[in-house]
Write a new protein. Structure first.
Length: 255
């Protein structure tokens, strides 16, 4: 019986949103398995260099950095192409760009809400499409999209963020089906609450997880060739039940 391809075996890793705590944890977990060459793209040079230092300390001998603005849609194609050229191609692309924004339903900060939608849907959607196309052109590879459990059923407590992640999640699933026959594997990761720089001002909730748990779930999914992973795993069943709750009852839960 033919053994499934492990999409975690590639040496060259491109991270979009290179200062993300989750992305760094994923690369560190990859490095434990085998040596990796990494390129981190992001908009904050200082935070990128800090992340690069963490990866070098974890054993990554070659770590490159470069600038990337999620809202510069016209520049994405060239920036992705340039990153592939500098890295010598990419076996794995990790899309870890995202902003959280204001919690709650109808936002007080409308400009901030528009930024969440623009970054998480338009910006990430553009980066996803260009990355998938580049992987297809080179003959294959894997693309990890960091979504959220919030994408599975947006709630009043995170309406804008949940909707933005739902849009990205849906696009990733559809593109994953579209490029599968071209040798490109798309894995969507749906973590629950994770204490990171992005969530440091929020109170942890039930079934919170860690960057390391998310990283191990992603690697397990890459090794098995699955299309979606949850962290912690129990969220798969919890959210399956939540999706079935009738909307009038869901409203009264005040989640």
């Amino acid at each position: 019986m033919t053994r499934p391809v492990s999409y975690a075996s590639g040496r060259r890793v491109l991270v979009l949103g290179g200062s993300s705590d989750l992305a760094v944890a994923i690369v560190e977990e990859l490095q434990k398995r085998a040596p990796r060459e990494v390129m981190l793209l992001g908009r904050d040079p200082q935070r990128l260099e800090q992340a690069a230092g963490e990866l070098r300390s974890a054993g990554c001998e070659r770590v490159l950095t470069g600038m990337l603005d999620a809202l510069d849609l016209d520049g994405h194609e060239q920036e992705i192409a340039h990153a592939f050229e500098r890295l010598g191609g990419a076996d794995l692309v990790i899309l870890a760009v995202g902003v959280l924004g204001e919690r709650g339903g109808l936002p007080r900060d409308m400009a901030g809400a528009m930024e969440v939608l623009s970054v998480n849907v338009l910006g990430c959607g553009s980066l996803l499409l260009h990355s998938a196309e580049r992987l297809r052109e080179q003959g294959g590879g894997a693309l990890v999209v960091l979504s959220s459990v919030a994408a599975e059923r947006p709630r009043r407590s995170n309406a804008v963020y949940g909707a933005s992640k739902a849009g990205l999640d849906a696009l990733a699933q559809g593109i994953g089906d579209a490029v599968r026959e071209d040798g490109v594997h798309v894995l969507v990761a749906r973590p629950g609450f994770v204490p990171t720089k992005m969530t440091r001002d929020l109170r942890p909730v039930a079934l919170a997880t860690t960057p390391q748990t998310v990283a191990r779930a992603v690697l397990d999914g890459l090794e098995k060739g699955t299309h979606t992973v949850w962290a912690p795993r129990v969220l798969r069943w919890v959210m399956g039940a939540v999706r079935l709750v009738p909307r009038p009852i869901f409203r009264r839960l005040n989640l």
